[in-house]
Design a binder for this molecule. Structure first.
Ligand code: SF4
Length: 703
């Protein structure tokens, strides 16, 4: 082995929505090490603990190496034939809506595109949803309601340019560590003020100049109170509002109600009036205010309204699309936005088109579709309810583990157990969902597959296939395409390489567009294979005027609504959810820990990533422990109306009394009784269908 044999290649990290660039060192077909890509705009050379351990996840010990039907290993030909025949027979007997796909923000954009095309354009159903529903569906609807399109106005550079950064519902330090590092560095360099709005005092709150330990779920009250303050103080960009924003008079009237007076907002949010006044004054006096929001906002039965309450504060002040000033949704998954671009959600079509317009015919014309879906399909939670009720009789789950990650996870498990045909494509040999599959398909994983992803700042980057997949593992786009061909759609799925799919995706984004659609990358529709291989990060939308894309949107006051104006929304604070005395007195919050990813199917196999938190736990305030006569290290049963888990107690003064926290990660392979989403009820946001993961009523007792 000589030093000269080592080669480097760039790709992107597959874990979170930051979408960091990675430089990998390769020795032949062996990936030796990784470091941050200094030229990637997301991370500028940094990597967090998870990203820096990527090379250690590439063992084959837990990988699925061969397709399986039941317990029998089979050849690909047999497996593909079984999938195609199973879907066809189900459709023939029960109709297109009796089948469903459930996808993942882990899929690359090209994988996502062909899955959607097959279901929506050729099977003729829109029953294709994704675990991104659990992540940012509320932000999508909030953006569409306010801007007319699901378009994020900001870019990461705004973190350095802002004078005030408000973080709402995010433990950025653990969930998006590189953005946190960028913020910490900016604070160090220029004294950026930081406000953290979160019921928990997390590592992120440690950085804050002001931590608002808000009552869980009261964000709309807080932001309505803020907007009222801004109106009263005349902190409004009157020219911007007059020229570019609808709904001002209605919002003014709405917020005039006494319930949004300071004293009332203080009661609703559980915050002291002087703390609120300080927050309001800081926002008032910082034109460069950036609001970063994430799952504490989105994963809520009021998530969409929370998003719009935040956006209202930016539209009123004209702080949008300007350096250091914007509302900024930070997504959870590496490709949550790429999935949105190709219509990965059941209520969307590809290239940000919708069912409620002539877009259905437009997409159908472009695809020369055999049978276009004409109505939105079932959203994630509803989709598994339809499996439970026997309406869906065949489901194909790709790269996700819903038996761990969906609310009422035991109900999902029972539904799949009685579903006549469950097909699962995954990279690993064993997880809770795979155990219920009739057909298992081995998929390639990070560093083995080629394609693109889009991160939280609309930046499209390449993930590159650097090493061969193990055993018989194949790329997801190839698996879907081969099934489509066997179902009789060979002509429409004649792809030889991901670049063929990317070109089609890019062409569709500009098809009959006339510059009216937010998502447009049609400049890349004739990209060559070499150009695709060498593609550098680029931020959509692309145009002749902005061939390298745009960092910020809406700074010119032009939005994607029909009249080109943004919309203020009159959103209500709503009732506060509390514990139920004597039965379920505590409120459970769930979320990420620093070193684990999703249901641990990758990171759970890396010993050093288990050093930070080695086992599932419940974080409890010392006062609650004293009251319950429990202590750190005890095993506890946490129970809700929907289920129970057994976890270790961690004493945590960062919790508020009456509130507990359990990480979302542990699956049934690593810990038989710690699947926290067995506790979580299926309470959905009425607009986005995103479930509430932050407010479950539970009780806690010694196990
Ligand atoms: Fe990967 Fe996210 Fe860490 Fe970046 S911040 S290295 S994308 S996990």
């Amino acid at each position: 082995l000589t030093e000269r044999a080592v080669q480097t290649a760039t790709t992107t990290c597959p874990y979170c929505g930051v979408g960091c660039g990675v430089e990998a060192s390769l020795l032949g077909a062996h990936l030796q090490s990784v470091k941050g890509d200094a030229r990637h705009p997301a991370n500028l050379g940094r990597l967090c603990v998870k990203g820096s351990a990527l090379a250690e996840t590439l063992t084959t010990s837990h990988r699925m190496l061969q397709p399986q039907i039941g317990a029998q290993a089979v050849l690909w030909e047999q497996a593909l034939e079984a999938v195609a025949t199973g879907l066809q027979q189900t459709i023939a007997q029960y109709g297109p809506d009796s089948v469903a796909f459930y996808l993942s923000g882990q899929l690359l954009t090209e994988d996502y595109y062909v899955a959607n095309k097959l279901m929506k354009g050729f099977i003729g159903s829109a029953n294709v949803d994704t675990n991104s529903r659990l992540c940012m569906a509320s932000a999508v609807v909030g953006h569409k309601r306010a801007f007319g399109a699901d378009a994020v106005p900001a870019c990461y550079e705004d973190i350095e340019l802002a004078d005030l950064v408000v973080i709402v519902g995010s433990n950025l330090a653990w969930a998006h560590p590189i953005l946190f590092q960028r913020l910490s560095a900016a604070k160090e360099a220029k004294g950026t003020r930081v406000v953290v709005i979160d019921p928990r005092h997390t590592d992120t709150a440690e950085l804050a100049d002001l931590h608002l330990a808000i009552a869980p779920g009261s964000d709309v009250w807080l932001y309505n109170g803020l907007c009222r303050h801004l109106l009263e103080r005349g902190c409004i960009d009157a020219a911007f509002v007059a020229q570019s924003v609808d709904g001002f008079t209605e919002l003014q009237g709405h917020l005039h109600h006494p319930q949004y007076e300071l004293a009332s907002v203080a009661v609703r949010t559980g915050l002291a009036m002087d703390v609120l006044q300080q927050f309001f004054a800081w926002v008032e006096h910082h034109p460069r205010t950036l609001t970063l929001f994430s799952q504490g906002v989105n994963q809520s039965s009021q998530g969409t309204d929370k998003v719009n309450a935040i956006i209202n504060s930016h539209l009123l002040t004209g702080r949008i699309g300007k350096p250091g000033a914007a509302p900024f949704s930070v997504t959870g998954q590496p490709n949550a936005m790429g999935g949105r671009e190709v219509g990965g959600l059941a209520n969307q079509l590809a290239a940000h088109m919708d069912f409620a317009s002539d877009d259905v015919d437009r997409v159908g014309r472009f695809w020369q579709a055999a049978q276009m879906a004409r109505q939105p399909g079932l959203k994630a939670v509803e989709l598994f309810e339809a499996v439970e009720q026997g309406q869906i009789k065949a489901i194909w789950i790709m790269a996700t583990n819903p038996v761990v990650s969906l609310p009422q996870a035991d109900r999902v498990k029972a539904a799949l157990a009685k579903c006549p045909l469950v097909i699962v494509s995954d990279a690993v040999q064993d997880n809770d969902t795979l155990r219920l599959a009739h057909i298992r398909l081995p998929a390639t994983s990070w560093a083995e597959k080629d394609g693109t992803v889009t991160n939280s700042e609309r930046c499209i980057s390449r993930q590159r296939g650097l090493i061969p997949g193990p055993g018989a593992a194949r790329n997801d786009w190839w698996i879907i395409t081969e099934v489509a061909r066997r179902m009789g759609f060979a002509e429409a799925f004649d792809y030889q390489h991901p670049v063929d799919i990317f070109r089609e995706h890019a062409a569709l984004s500009g098809f009959e567009n006339d510059g009216q659609r937010a998502f447009d990358i049609s400049l890349l529709e004739n990209i060559s294979r070499t150009e695709y291989d060498q593609l550098q990060p680029v931020q959509w939308p692309l145009s002749q005027r902005h061939p390298r894309g745009m960092q910020r949107l809406f700074g010119n006051g032009q939005f994607y609504t029909v009249n080109g104006r943004a919309r203020l929304l009159c959103v209500e604070g709503g009732e506060q959810r509390k514990g139920v005395p004597d039965h379920y007195p505590l409120l459970l919050n769930t979320g990420r820990i620093r070193d684990q990813w999703h249901t641990m199917t990758r990171t759970g196999y890396v010993p050093r990533l288990l050093q930070h938190r080695a086992e599932p736990f419940v974080a409890v305030h010392p006062q609650d422990l004293k009251r319950l006569k429990l202590q750190e290290g005890d095993l506890a049963e946490v129970a809700s109306r929907d289920g129970s888990v057994i976890v270790r107690i961690r004493e945590d003064g960062g919790q508020q009394p009456g509130q507990v926290f359990i990480p979302m990660h542990w699956n049934g392979v690593f810990s038989a009784q710690a699947r926290v989403d067995t506790l979580v009820a299926a309470r959905l946001d009425p607009f986005s269908g995103q479930p509430e993961f932050k407010l479950t009523q539970v009780r806690l007792q010694r196990f």
